[in-house]
Design a protein around this ligand. Sequence first.
Ligand code: MRU
Length: 356
Amino acid sequence: MKIQNKEYRTIWYEDDVVKIIDQTKLPHQFIIKDLKTVKDAIKAIKLMEVRGAPLIGGTAAYGIVLAIKENPNPKFIQKSAKELIQSRPTAINLKWAVDRIMKKLADLNNDKVLDIALNEAKEICDEDERFCKNIGINGLKIIEEIYKRKKNTVNILTHCNAGWLATINWGTATSPIYHAHKKGIPIHVWVDETRPRNQGANLTSYELNEEGINNTIIADNTGGILMQRGDVDMCIVGTDRTLSNGDVCNKIGTYLKALAAHDNSVPFYVALPSSTIDWDIKNAKDIPIEERNAEELSHVEGIDENNEIKKVLIYPIKSKAMNLAFDVTPAKYVTGLITEKGICEASTDGLKKIFK
Ligand code: MRU
């Protein structure tokens, strides 16, 4: 997708290094950063310079490439694989991508390990781009139906950033929106600010602006009244881990939005590539929920009058704060899952029908 009219992907390999867009600096500064070692990749994931389930999967895959370049000793590669998987706990894509690439490298003493790893990392990213594009083509049908009925601007609410910045390209939740916009359907997006890190305000609104899509940032608690007023036609969100029963783990606050949507009969869709499906965990209570530093709540960042990024404390200095990063929306509140293979019911049967 575009930034200042130039097409980008969120991660790419060039001149023997991995290039990323540093998302901690957006929307105020656009900085392309080099990852040269596996430690750089782990740090970028932990600090959320790259974030979003599919993108951290792609970064972990390139992390293995960087590890091999540094030291092709099998023990070092295996240790790096473990550290990459542990760099963030909730999104299943990290483990999915690392396991996939390590399986390809079955014989770690093979002198072609670097080429094999590089090809697989590229394929993981190319595949994500194809899958996200298909999510858009499939999700477009839902938006088209609403537009046919309403004959007026379709209002879509989204939470966090499940946009192209969270994937390799297109996004998951935003892909149907981009496809509808390209078809000329008038769209307006309600963007949840998404405290504490403001991925909605800083990233979703930013990328929609760059693509010329009408959007309005709202405080996270505003969605409910907008739904009661009939100002939301549908919700689309992303997911970091989708269980085989259709339960969906996504950015903290997603569950409350799903409850409000259910109470107001607003369709609530979740968009995902199959790489975020966890076929093993059966009970949502077993999903590891990331708890991040409370400083993300107690401090906010922005630019000052000299265009410099500043961080300020906004809480009483003695107060404690708790920063759970994800919650789980039970399948019963999900209208449907929009995947690269089609739209299905959020249930074991629904998922089985399209992913045999
Ligand atoms: O903590 P983040 O910013 O990595 O969380 C991202 C989300 O919750 C996204 O909705 C999810 O990863 C889906 S991305 C297509």
